[in-house]
Design a binder for this molecule. Structure first.
Ligand code: UDP
Length: 564
């Protein structure tokens, strides 16, 4: 039984020392400790003594190992990326607070020690059983485990969770399919289950959403923010001078209305990219940045970095986030940064989560090349008042709740119960438990869920057909639902086509990440042959896809209503 722990002393000792990245993470853990503790109390009450098995968990942070080059640690104090460290600090804290038995490794030596691989034996397959129920790592760590666990990695793969900032779609993850159909990248092709990848934002339902947390305010802090906000103060998003390059025109326009602050790292001289009228504070400690954001009205991004934590922190501190819309959207097909990343996702602005899940009045996403639109947005922002806002899924309680649900329910190791259910003669029995109940475009499938162990539970399933050219991500969204890849196996049957009145002249099964789907041109119905290719992402004008949608909790898209 896992017991919530609010004291983080033990965790601090385990994290170790000697790297700037570890010090950054520890400072963050200490600063947020009381916030985590009160969230744990609230969740404990909410779960009302629900049984929570204690897991043995190894966290191997691959990108921080010397063996992977550790390019991040030396840049912590120099404006380098911090988002990953924010997330790992929060993952470690959440696992600790949930009361699991945690081991942390940031070097190959520690990894070997924890896995019981004898020192100096390069690729020695692990013998015996894995001493962990779960291993959280990243792509670097996965590669290291492959090299050092050899063949046994395949055997233990189902215990692994990969922290993967931007996400990995099934078509890129499936080695054979990726190789045959041009989806092979530097990162993908591990043949994991799509939901073993865990992302920073709920980018694609094909992966699990891990997330991170932002600061929460108490009533006194809220009031102080209201009192101290300066209507004409803007902070620019970008701690590296290169992020300011070519932005002089925007800065000049903005400066007509507002005093501009920056937190750009510099050594001795002010970077030439940062105009003289900008008040540059240099790189700030996280706590000081929060204080700066509490006074500012506007947090403005110029397009890079993509999808970081800072805009959520700004919004949580009562700023309005103004960001550029990308038209056409950036993706692995047209943008250097995303090239080679195992996703086809179209990034419609600097921060699509802020744009789509938060929106106005907290977030303004406008065409920066249209100077009238840009100007009008700034003037409007100066006129309106907004309250600090933090989506529940980015609070400590939200992250604990989500991680708890994943840890207790996601299981990629047990073989799945066969579906469709077959009768004694080995054929699909139509008198099975599924009763399609038509209700306009969305069908509710009633069933005796206990016959088919599934998480999310089968009762959450709503079958939806996409339009031609539409992905299941979009089709479910249009029905105010969320695509749930874990439920694909229940709709990969002929009866699902019948229920939607698709006239199947032929029924075939193939390896294609868009299936199950109906092709109107040939009146052909296609079933998915390989469950690893079930994918919410992906569309083609040739197909109307069959989509397993589900409901979701208010402020917590990762979990269905009956998922806790
Ligand atoms: N940050 C900081 N000091 C600064 C600017 C940013 O500590 O002067 C922190 C900020 O609080 C955020 C983290 O850097 O949590 C990551 O920020 P960003 O959104 O820029 O993402 P990145 O590109 O670093 O991953």
């Amino acid at each position: 039984q896992a017991v919530f722990q609010s004291d983080i002393g033990g965790l601090m000792e385990q994290v170790g020392t000697g790297k700037e990245s570890l010090s950054f993470m520890k400072r963050r853990m200490r600063r947020l400790a009381s916030q985590w503790a009160s969230a744990a109390r609230r969740l404990d009450d909410k779960l009302r003594n629900q049984w929570r098995g204690q897991k043995r968990i190894l966290v191997h942070v691959g990108f921080l190992t010397e063996e992977s080059g550790d390019v991040f640690s030396p840049k912590v104090l120099k404006g380098g990326p911090l988002g990953e460290m924010v997330q790992w600090a929060d993952i470690l804290t959440a696992l600790h607070v949930l009361g699991h038995n945690l081991k942390i490794s940031v070097s190959l030596k520690e990894l070997h020690g924890f896995l019981g691989v004898p020192p100096g034996r390069g690729s020695c397959p692990l013998t015996g059983s894995l001493p962990f129920d779960l291993i959280y790592t990243d792509y670097h760590g996965l590669q290291q485990m492959k090299q050092h666990m050899g063949l046994s990695l395949r055997k233990y793969k189902c215990h692994i969770r990969v922290i993967d900032t931007f996400g990995t779609e099934p078509a890129y993850n499936h080695e054979e399919y990726a190789t045959l159909h041009g989806y092979r990248t530097n990162w993908g092709y591990w043949n994991l289950h799509g939901q073993q990848y865990m992302t920073m934002f709920p980018h694609t339902p094909d992966n699990s959403f891990m997330g991170f947390v932002a600061e929460e305010l108490n009533e006194t802090e809220r009031l102080a923010i209201q009192r101290n906000k300066l209507n004409n103060m803007a902070v620019v998003y970008g701690k590296e001078a290169s992020m300011w390059k070519g932005k002089a025109t925007f800065l000049t326009t903005l400066h007509r209305y507002m005093e501009i602050h920056g937190t750009v790292y510099f050594e001795t001289q002010r970077p030439p990219e940062v105009p003289a009228f900008v008040k540059n504070h240099g790189l700030l400690a996280q706590a000081e940045l929060q204080q700066l954001l509490r006074r500012a009205k506007l947090f403005i991004g110029f397009g890079f970095p993509y999808e970081g934590p800072a805009p959520l922190e700004a919004i949580a501190n009562g700023c309005i986030f103004l960001q550029p819309k990308f038209n056409p959207p950036h993706s692995s097909l047209n943008h250097e940064f995303f090239r080679g990343k195992p996703t086809s996702r179209k990034v419609s602005s600097q921060h699509p989560y802020a744009e789509q899940h938060v929106g106005r009045p907290h977030v303004y996403t406008v065409d920066f090349n249209n100077s009238e639109e840009f100007d009008a947005a700034i003037r409007e922002i100066m006129r309106i008042d907004v309250e600090p806002y933090l989506p529940y899924e980015y609070t400590c309680e939200g992250m604990l709740e989500r991680l708890h649900a994943y840890i207790q329910n996601q299981d990629f190791c047990s073989p799945e119960a066969p579906f469709p259910p077959v009768n004694s003669s080995g054929t699909w029995s139509p008198s099975g438990p599924f009763v399609p109940q038509p209700n306009s475009s969305v069908l509710a499938w009633a069933s005796n869920a206990s016959d088919f162990p599934s998480w999310p539970p089968l009762s959450a399933l709503r079958l939806v057909a996409s339009l031609e050219g539409q992905s299941c991500v979009e089709a479910c969204q249009n029905a105010e639902l969320f695509c749930e890849p874990a439920l694909f196996r229940f709709i990969n049957i002929r009866e699902a086509f019948n229920a939607l009145d698709f006239p199947c002249e032929g029924l075939d099964s193939e390896m294609n990440h868009l299936l199950p789907a109906f092709s109107a041109e040939q009146a052909e119905c296609g079933l998915q042959q390989d469950p690893l290719l079930f994918s919410c992402a992906g569309s083609s004008i040739k197909y109307r896809r069959l989509c397993p949608c589900r409901d979701y909790r208010n402020g917590q898209v990762a979990l269905c209503r009956d998922c806790l």
